[in-house]
Design a protein around this ligand. Structure first.
Ligand code: PLP
Length: 385
């Protein structure tokens, strides 16, 4: 199998799996219990929290485990809106993940003002439009760090500089940047930051929200005393263990992974451009997560390319995994100005830690053939009709 859909999810790193298995065999205690088997689990959770904090340049007490990147995004926005009833405006962008867009839509339906800042042809937010949208009523600005479909890295520092002048909180969804490029909460200057374990070779169903000390925010889930009263519910201990271990490898080999993936990605991108005529690359050359490659194949349906590749055991995506089973055109590709038929011809290839040079060679053999065949079929269709 050649797995090239690492932005949708990543395989569990076998070392993470080992750590989780070992934990499952040895521990079942509730971390809230005061006796030793509970205490032991609490300590293990603290270790994982320390690791996540270290990776982000944060303090341990600023990391709150959640059930997903989606929950962390909801928590950040809803938590701030709940905490600041005197403010009723949200600023976000047109290319956010549905976890942010749908939360913003919910508040729009509730009567809050939401500005979806547009992006340019490369998927970079229009900072001027963002500045114009800021008002004394703005509670939060939520702009993603890197886009899941294009890989575009946003100028978060510039957003923060604008927001801080006015005392506005800034959240960034770093689900697609964490583990791929350096993500440091102080360098970015954000108040809130979302990450998710299953994008960094950890388990699914576990995420975290970084909350800068002193940030005015309310919980999303109420109940027990877990997560310092900010996220109730008995902890997903096995998930946290996996997240911690996966993060350890981000710290230890993130830079090495990045260089390797970038080399493979540039081989693949250049190869596609050389071997397949009339392809259109989507996204910026610079300021991009280089392992994310998005191409349009005008005249073809991306789904046909995806399914043909799948018969060869090669897995790519037609956009974000969440929009896969809907007929709708990707909102990200629409936002960068692609016509619907071009957007529908777009394939996302996302590389990861376990891809090898050999994978790239195989794709560069198979993909041009597939595109050639599909083009021949579609030419026949046109001639027939
Ligand atoms: N944000 C971005 C940018 C994502 O790509 C994803 C996952 O696709 C999420 C949030 C949601 O994360 P999770 O799958 O952990 O809910």
């Amino acid at each position: 199998m050649i797995y090239l859909d690492n932005n949708a999810t990543t395989p569990l790193d076998p070392r993470v799996q080992d750590k989780m298995t070992e934990f499952l065999k040895e521990h079942f205690g509730n971390p809230s219990s005061l006796y030793p088997i509970g205490r032991a689990v609490k300590e293990i959770i603290t270790e994982a929290r320390d690791t996540v904090a270290r990776a982000l340049g944060a303090k341990r007490t600023e990391i709150f485990f959640t059930a997903s990147g989606t929950e962390s995004d909801n928590f950040a926005i809803r938590g701030v809106i709940d905490a600041l009833p005197e403010k009723n405006e949200i600023i976000t962008s047109e290319i956010e993940h549905p976890a942010v867009i749908e939360m913003a839509n919910y508040f729009e339906r509730k009567g809050l003002k939401v500005t979806f800042v547009p992006v340019d042809q490369y998927g970079t937010i229009d900072i001027k439009r963002l500045k114009e949208a800021i008002s004394p009523k703005t509670a939060i600005i939520s702009i993603m760090h890197a886009n899941n479909e294009l890989g575009t890295i946003q100028p978060i520092r510039d957003v923060v500089n604008l927001a801080k002048e006015k005392g506005i909180l800034v959240h960034t969804d770093a689900v697609q940047s964490f583990g791929k490029i350096n993500v440091n909460v102080d360098k970015l200057g954000v108040d809130l930051l979302t990450i998710s374990a299953h994008k960094i070779y950890g388990p699914k169903g576990i995420g975290a929200l970084y909350i800068r000390k002193g940030t005015n925010i309310m919980p999303l889930i109420y109940g027990g005393h877990q997560e310092r009263l900010m996220r109730a519910g008995t902890e997903n201990t096995i998930g946290i263990v996996g997240f911690g271990e996966a993060t350890r490898f981000v710290i230890e080999q993130g830079e090495k992974d990045k260089n390797r993936i970038e080399n493979l990605a540039s081989m693949l991108k250049n190869g596609i451009e050389e071997k397949i005529p009339k392809v259109k690359f989507n996204g910026p050359e610079q300021n991009r997560i280089k392992g994310t490659i998005n191409f349009s194949f005008p005249g073809l349906e991306a789904e046909a390319i995806l399914l043909s590749l799948a018969t060869k055991d090669i897995y790519v995506s037609t956009g974000s995994a969440c929009s896969e089973d809907s007929e709708e055109v990707s909102h990200v590709l629409s936002a960068i100005g692609l016509r619907p038929e071009i957007a529908r011809s777009s394939v996302r290839i996302s590389l990861g830690r376990f891809n090898k040079k050999e994978d790239i060679h195989v794709v560069l053999e198979e993909l041009p053939e597939i595109v050639k065949k599909l083009r021949e079929i579609s030419a026949l269709d046109i001639n027939d009709s």
